[in-house]
Ligand binder design. Structure first.
Ligand code: 5GP
Ligand code: ZN
Length: 118
């Protein structure tokens, strides 16, 4: 698996404010930004501030992991989709991961059963 160092990591640079993003919410440990290439009417990425390449690696810190899931819930409520949204985590390029800084996709507004396999 490709492992980027924080210096060349796009999400570390977004967290640091060096690259622009549409931030919809944030906590001390995580940020929530709109995906630049949305796959559904609501497509937000919840990104821990701490660099870990995958959600699995992030799980070593229960505080960070818990915070990410709390922020997912906050975003879902803010976006009015608390009762109908999907979380997606891609781990490894074979599963479609393209940015190797842990993140959770929050997707909503699509007809999940017809448009997606899962
Ligand atoms: P992955 O494929 O790694 O699970 O998801 C990476 C996601 O990050 C993709 O959905 C992609 O559209 C999004 N993305 C890539 N670069 C940027 C960026 O510079 N800004 C934002 N907001 N999203 C990005
Ligand atoms: Zn990073």
């Amino acid at each position: 698996m490709t492992q980027q160092t924080p210096d060349d990591c796009i999400f570390c640079r977004i967290v640091a404010g060096e690259l622009p993003s549409e931030r919809v919410a944030e906590t001390e440990r995580s940020i929530a930004i709109r995906d630049i290439n949305p796959a559904a009417p609501v497509h937000v990425l919840v990104v821990p501030r701490r660099h870990e390449p995958t959600v699995g690696a992030l799980a070593a810190s229960s505080d960070d992991l818990t915070d990410v899931f709390r922020l997912v819930q906050q975003v879902a409520e803010q976006e009015g989709v608390a009762d109908a949204h999907r979380m997606v985590v891609n781990t490894g390029s074979g599963a479609g991961q393209t940015v190797f800084h842990a993140h959770v996709h929050v997707l909503a507004g699509a007809r999940f059963s017809e448009e997606w396999l899962l």
